[in-house]
Design a protein around this ligand. Structure first.
Ligand SMILES: [Zn+2]
Length: 145
């Protein structure tokens, strides 16, 4: 008789995938309750500063209802800190089945485009960018509707 079924395994993996979000949410909650004293607790976890930073940053950046693209936490982390850009990247990643390396590559291309073409040197002044469809110098995406 099997001691581990496929559905149990899949359940464990689902738990594994939600854990970084749950840890980050717990950190946000502790931060809310303890204020600056929460950081002493975080450091006792033994996680690196970079890990702690990522866990809490992601929990702050993406509310639970917004974690709705079927990709793991690591993809969200790698999609960067600009939420509108990150969402577009995550949607493209999901749609195209990209790896995290492909997602990071696309993010680098977006940042290059931002620096080269939207940096205020006049290239895209007063017109719509052919590449990304945005107007003017500012990279900030136009509000949808
Ligand atoms: Zn553009």
């Amino acid at each position: 008789m099997l001691t581990m079924t496929k559905s149990e395994l899949l359940g464990l993996i689902a738990d594994f995938r939600s854990l970084p979000w749950e840890i980050g949410d717990a950190m946000v909650e502790l931060e809310r309750d303890l204020g600056a004293r929460a950081f002493a607790v975080f450091q006792e976890t033994g996680l690196s500063d970079a890990q702690l930073y990522d866990l809490i940053r992601m929990a702050h950046m993406w509310a639970p209802a917004e974690r709705n693209i079927d990709l793991s936490w690591s993809y969200y982390r790698d999609a960067g800190a600009d939420k509108e850009v990150a969402r577009r990247l995550l949607e493209a990643t999901h749609r195209n089945g990209w790896s995290r390396e492909q997602l990071r590559k696309a993010l680098r291309a977006i940042r290059r485009h931002e620096q080269d073409d939207h940096a205020g040197d006049g290239k895209i002044k007063d017109r719509q960018c052919n590449e990304c469809g945005r107007s003017g110098w500012s990279w900030k995406p136009k509000a949808s509707s």
